[in-house]
Design a protein around this ligand. Structure first.
Ligand code: ZN
Length: 158
């Protein structure tokens, strides 16, 4: 009836890139580096959904060696992952995700991220929890070298 999954992702912060988290383009001095738009939050969420159904990870479904996914909009990939889950007979029960970033302040953008993700996944905003935290200036997130994200989700049989 229910399956649980976990996802984790990290991207490096560099100059000259946009910072996109949960489909929200956040004004900042640096952005995340990656083959796609490097939306680390959406990547962790997709991996938790695929993980719940033991369907591998986004690297398997959208290989970064494939030119097709260069600069890809991660929200489009999330739409596809939602379809893959439905093809396998499952929809989202709920998602709980955490973004770990020293800067910028993410609180003003959390509601937009939740709405974007709920819209694409075809579920209610109440099923999508997104939290933001820092690691108290410790480690690579604390030193602003990168941003990481964790996600757990419950997938429910249709
Ligand atoms: Zn990623």
């Amino acid at each position: 009836m229910f399956r649980i999954g976990h996802g984790y992702d990290v991207h490096k912060l560099v100059e000259g890139r946009r910072l996109i988290l949960g489909g929200v383009d956040i004004p900042h001095t640096v952005g995340l580096l990656g083959h796609s738009d490097a939306d680390v939050l959406v990547h962790a969420i997709m991996d938790s959904m695929l993980g719940a159904l033991a369907l591998g990870d986004i690297g398997k479904h959208f290989p970064d060696t494939d030119e097709k996914y260069k600069g890809a909009d991660s929200m489009k990939l999330l739409e596809r992952v939602t379809e893959i889950c439905m093809e396998n007979g499952y929809v989202i029960g709920n998602i709980d995700a955490t973004v770990i970033a020293q800067a910028p302040k993410l609180v003003p953008h959390i509601e937009s991220m939740r709405k974007n993700i709920a819209d694409v996944c075809g579920c209610d905003v109440s099923q999508v929890s997104i939290k933001a935290t820092t690691e108290e200036k410790l480690g690579f997130t604390g030193e602003k070298l990168g941003i990481s994200a964790h996600s757990v989700c419950i997938m429910k049989k249709i």
